[in-house]
Design a protein around this ligand. Structure first.
Ligand code: 26M
Length: 818
């Protein structure tokens, strides 16, 4: 049907056109003479999908033939965003598609806009997983991603009168051409029930008699590498009622109720939990975790058994990566399968488990560490609870040998937390088993070693490593900023940096070249224009292209201190209001852009969003201010919005109180795109400063080792007057909603200011003033911008993944021949 010659689909414009039209007629079922943009997108997507499937098949056949050690990346969240542009870019056929479409009277970029985001994740952790999948594919690693196919992804944010409201994300309503439903790849996943003793060949075994079974059905999402034939698989599981689900009801004659009950099975994969700060011990969340872990392990073990029959070889063929502690029930599940089903000795099974698992921690805050109430775990997974008790018993015996009677230490390190509600500490379970525990930046690992996991670090220092996060330059430069992409390739004289981003450092040489400066400024201007249009469409605010576009986009959290940003804006507004006309002429005009979602139950974060709107409403219509200051809140921030906003940003803000942002990855995307960073010395910003030179960014604020003492001591005198003044403006109702903002103001009152906004305020304003001065000197600014891009090489997820492959997973590339 598609002009098969040598087994490959052809990629010339004529063949592509024919494929698209065939899909219009046979897949979308529209007339090939009459179809709209969305239908054209669907047909286009299906033609790309065909090409992905081809590579995907070849890759998997090749992996099967070579049988290398594989990495299995387990994550409850993947924030993939759009697939079309990314796939077409990685397949290397964008020009051909653009040609084919224009001959059909369609615009590739307009069609790309038709696609909604796949938002199966909350924020940093989930987008990192997506970047890492891109790198794994591009670097030809034999890897699989495993996760959940949520029916509803992260909620959509709508703003009504400046307040956030949440709406369901119906992302599957118009079909999803990027997935392949595998009705034949499905596994039963069991829940509840009891554990009984069984005697087999004179040996006693514990057997789990589950009470409920739900079917996990695979949906495969091909992930193409760039500049390689390899396409790896992201396998997401959806819950379907199983034939064995509640068989009882059929026999009791309640047929209708039995059918209705069956549908309840599907709730497991219904919705993504929208909170990225805390774990609440919810039954459904635990079921989601076990559901995807159990299905993935059945799949992995089946693949292993296809070629092997001895579990001694398991660690030579399998590496399991646990993305944060969310999938850590996998450790108990592997033990259950090996001991209860494969009948291995406990100690042998434990030896295997300890060789296959590694974990990455993405948080700093102890409250982010999951604790599952024992009663809950015992009810949903009774056998797993027994296994965890057994693991803990062995751990405690080992610790007693080393630490003797130090019961405080033992109780801190125990997997079981005694307290009002007895809990399982999932992090401690991971630490006990995993051969490697990774932090996500150098500073983050220090924090883990000295604070949260101090005891474990002292015991097993060799387990603790860090792999500084990275992002993929394919999506964050090539796809989202094509003009920058051409500039880089032109000046380096090669496109090789797209696979080997270290080469980007070659730009340093030209950091002062006037011709490069001209191209660079032009690129920024075009991107700012696009962003300005978007802002006007969405918010009706007109912004000046001469202004500095100043951006803070990320989830709303107290520790990320969007409030510091708004209070800074209020200060700027206040200053402008008190200026005469000649002073005003020296002001650098700014467009302050903030975007991000607040977790639905996070009241303080929601108030920050409202404050942002309240300030915008006052400032944007003030005739004393005009173009000197505009404030914009971009609603429904997501991956696609980031792709549009980042290339148009002059200055980006990363304001976390030092010691609170494990790494941060947004900053890396801005860095690649030549935005200058205004940041605290936190997470990866410390390493960014080392790469580009601290003078090429605007660092401010308390250092991580100063924070504890400052919390004791309170506010700095220097900043306190200005700070008190802007907080008072909010508290006194200068922006309306006086009562509503009262509690928000209280979070930064002296003595309560946990995140040290008051202390850092003066230093923040200084950094802002430095940024203003730098912006006036456009040559200098452009040079700093070029040096930012040039220094971004280290922050590619390609580097991160190579480190993981070598230091944690022990896997090697397996490149499918073309
Ligand atoms: C937990 C329980 C129930 C529901 C949701 C969660 C949960 C989900 C996501 C908890 C934490 C989640 O994500 C944390 C996260 O995104 N951390 C960020 O990870 C990035 C990648 O490593 C880092 O760059 C950020 O600094 C870190 O905040």
């Amino acid at each position: 049907m598609f002009g098969l010659m040598d087994g490959f689909l052809k990629n010339d414009a004529v063949s592509l056109q024919k494929d698209i039209l065939d899909h219009v007629e046979y897949t979308v079922a529209r007339s090939r003479f009459n179809f709209d943009d969305f239908e054209a997108y669907q047909a286009l997507a299906h033609s790309v999908r065909d090409r992905l499937i081809e590579r995907w098949h070849d890759t998997h056949q090749y992996f099967k033939k070579k049988d290398p050690k594989r990495l299995y990346f387990l994550s409850l969240e993947f924030l993939m965003g759009r697939s079309l542009t990314n796939s077409v870019t990685n397949l290397g056929i964008q020009d051909q598609y653009a040609d084919a479409l224009s001959q059909l009277g369609f615009d590739y970029e307009v069609l790309a806009e038709q696609e909604g985001d796949a938002a199966l994740g909350n924020g940093g952790l989930a987008r990192l997983a997506a970047c890492q999948m891109d790198s794994l594919a591009t670097l030809d690693y034999p890897a699989w991603g495993y996760g959940l196919r949520y029916q509803y992804g992260l909620f959509r944010q709508i703003i009504v009168d400046g307040f956030q409201h949440e709406q369901p994300d119906f992302w599957l309503n118009f079909g999803n051409p990027w997935e392949i439903e595998r009705v034949h790849v499905s596994y039963p996943v069991k829940f509840y029930g009891t554990v009984e003793e069984e005697v087999l060949n004179g040996k006693t075994f514990r057997v789990w008699i589950p009470a409920e079974s739900v079917e996990a059905v695979a949906y495969d999402n091909p992930i193409p590498g760039y500049g390689t034939r390899n396409a790896i698989n992201l396998r997401l599981w959806a819950a379907k009622p199983s034939d064995q689900y509640d068989m009882e009801s059929y026999t009791t004659g309640d047929y209708i109720n039995a059918i209705v009950n069956r549908q309840k099975a599907e709730t497991i994969s219904n919705v993504l939990y929208p909170d990225d700060r805390s774990y609440q011990g919810k039954e459904l969340r635990l079921k989601q975790q076990y559901f995807f872990v159990s299905a993935s392990l059945q799949d992995i073990i089946r693949r292993f058994k296809d070629l092997h029959n001895n579990f001694d070889e398991f660690p030579e063929k399998v590496a399991l990566q646990i993305n944060d502690t969310h999938p850590s029930i996998a450790i108990a599940e592997v033990m259950r399968v090996l001991v209860d089903e494969e009948h291995l000795d406990w100690s042998k099974a434990w030896g295997i488990a300890c060789k296959i698992f590694s974990v990455t921690i993405h948080a700093v805050q102890p409250e982010a560490l999951e604790k599952v109430p024992i009663d809950l775990l015992g009810s949903v997974l009774p056998r797993h609870l027994e296994i965890i008790y057994e693991i803990n018993y062995c751990l405690m015996e080992e610790l007693k040998k080393i630490f003797g009677q130090d019961y405080d230490k033992l109780s801190r390190m125990s997997i079981i937390e005694e307290g009002a509600v007895k809990c399982i500490r999932m992090a401690n379970l991971s630490l006990a088993c995993c051969h490697t525990v990774n932090g996500v930046s150098r500073l983050h690992l220090e924090t883990l070693k000295t604070r949260v996991f101090k005891d474990f670090y002292e015991l097993w220092p060799q387990k603790f490593q860090f792999k500084t996060n990275g992002v993929t330059q394919r999506r964050w430069i090539v796809v989202s900023n094509p003009s920058l992409c051409s500039i880089i390739s032109k000046w380096l004289g090669t496109e090789a940096w797209i696979r080997n981003v270290d080469l980007i450092a070659g730009l340093r040489e030209y950091a002062e070249d006037p011709d490069l400066h001209a191209e660079w400024k032009n690129m920024k201007k075009v991107n700012k224009m696009r962003l300005a249009e978007y802002i006007e469409t969405l918010t009706s605010v007109k912004v000046s292209l001469d202004a500095m576009f100043d951006v803070q986009i990320k989830r709303i959290h107290e520790y990320k201190r969007q409030l510091l940003n708004i209070l800074g804006i209020i200060h700027r507004y206040d200053c402008i209001k008190n200026m005469d006309e000649s002073d005003k002429r020296r002001v650098v005009p700014r467009v302050c852009i903030i975007g991000g979602k607040a977790a639905p139950g996070y009241e303080v974060a929601k108030k920050i969003i409202k404050l942002c709107h309240a300030v915008a409403d006052k400032v944007n219509i003030d005739p004393d201010v005009g173009d000197l200051l505009k404030v914009v809140f971009i609603p429904d921030y997501n991956v696609s919005v980031a792709e549009l906003v980042i290339p148009g940003t002059d200055l980006s803000q990363h304001l976390s109180t030092a010691g609170h942002e494990a790494s941060g990855t947004g900053c890396m995307k801005f860095l690649m795109n030549g935005s200058l960073l205004l940041a605290t010395a936190d997470g990866s910003a410390v390493e960014i400063a080392e790469e580009i030179g601290a003078t090429n960014m605007f660092l401010f604020g308390a250092k991580v080792d100063e924070v504890p003492a400052l919390r004791e001591k309170g506010t700095s005198l220097k900043g306190s007057l200005q700070f008190a003044r802007v907080v008072r403006m909010v508290r006194d109702g200068h922006f309306g909603f006086k009562d509503y903002f009262k509690s928000l103001c209280e979070t930064v009152e002296e003595g309560k200011d946990f995140y040290l906004l008051g202390y850092d305020f003066a230093s923040y304003l200084e950094a802002q003033a430095t940024a203003d001065r730098a912006f006036v000197d456009q040559e200098k600014w452009t040079q700093m911008s070029i040096l930012s891009t040039a220094g971004s090489g280290k922050f590619s997820s390609d580097r991160t993944i190579e480190e993981y492959a070598e230091q944690s997973w022990g896997i090697e590339p397996c490149k499918c021949p073309f």
